[in-house]
Design a protein around this ligand. Structure first.
Ligand SMILES: Cc1cc2nc3c(=O)[nH]c(=O)nc-3n(C[C@H](O)[C@H](O)[C@H](O)COP(=O)(O)O)c2cc1C
Length: 235
């Protein structure tokens, strides 16, 4: 049950930023942990001969930042900037950024079915954000992103910048041979072929604010003809 209204003064990106910033001040880095849900195929146990069916799959990942208005904002920098720092116009799409090992199952799942959902709970402010969208995996092959939604963004460059800010320990997990010995830093300068950027182009946002006891409803934004429109929903 929802009615359309014009609430352009309240962009979801500004609400998300405010929640991240206020929760980060109290809880620190764990506020960047989010649940990323994908759709995967499984063989139904009842009949292994049946064609595979879709099943939900979810895991924790770290929010690494976002791209809006063609500009990448790293999570740590963005959290500490002033409110309304994303200069996205109302009609600019927002892409959430994650990194992953290209050998993991989520990569195949996103390629098979790009519909994903991210769920965030901010325990200090008691707010939930559910962001649905379309996921794209960026590997080292430039041609794989030639069909990307936002032509203004150089996704390979974003991937390279994401690699550059990984810690040496994190970089080591992407190498072919996992060794406990320290790897020379020269071996870690080049982006590993297993290192993937995942960006999620947000097309629907559901913000539930449990502090707001009056309504107990959520505010919903939906992408319509290239613009995020706020809808107000009640339970
Ligand atoms: C706190 C925490 C943070 C994590 N961050 C990431 C991450 O940023 N990227 C990632 O691919 N996996 C991350 N993982 C591991 C995933 O949850 C998951 O186990 C792994 O990526 C394999 O997932 P898949 O088999 O569904 O692809 C994290 C796990 C935890 C507990």
């Amino acid at each position: 049950m929802s009615t359309m209204s014009t609430m352009s003064a309240h962009r979801w990106i500004d609400r998300l930023h405010a929640s991240l910033a206020s929760n980060f001040a109290v809880l620190g880095h764990p506020v960047k942990y989010v649940q990323l849900a994908t759709c995967g195929t499984i063989s139904t146990p009842a009949s292994p001969l049946q064609s595979p069916s879709w099943a939900p799959r979810v895991r924790t990942v770290v929010f690494r930042g976002l791209v809006a208005n063609g500009t990448a904002h790293f999570a740590d920098d963005w959290i500490k900037t002033s409110p309304h720092s994303v200069a996205a116009a109302q009609d600019e799409l927002v892409h959430l950024l994650f990194v992953t090992d290209l050998r993991t199952r989520k990569v195949t799942e996103i390629k098979d079915n790009p519909l994903v959902e991210v769920c965030w709970y901010f325990s200090h402010s008691r707010e939930q954000f559910r962001l649905s969208g379309v996921g794209v995996v960026v590997d080292g092959n430039a041609s794989t992103v030639s069909t990307a939604t936002s032509s203004k963004v150089n996704w390979q460059q974003v991937r390279e910048r994401m690699w550059a800010v990984q810690s040496p320990a994190a970089k080591q997990t992407y190498l072919d041979s996992k060794t406990s010995d320290a790897v020379p830093s020269s071996d870690l300068a080049k982006v590993s072929s297993h290192f993937g950027l995942v960006y999620v182009t947000v097309n629907h946002v559901d913000h539930l604010d449990l502090r707001n006891a009056e309504s107990q409803g959520s505010t919903v934004w939906a992408l319509r003809q290239g613009e995020y429109h706020a809808l107000r929903s009640t339970l």
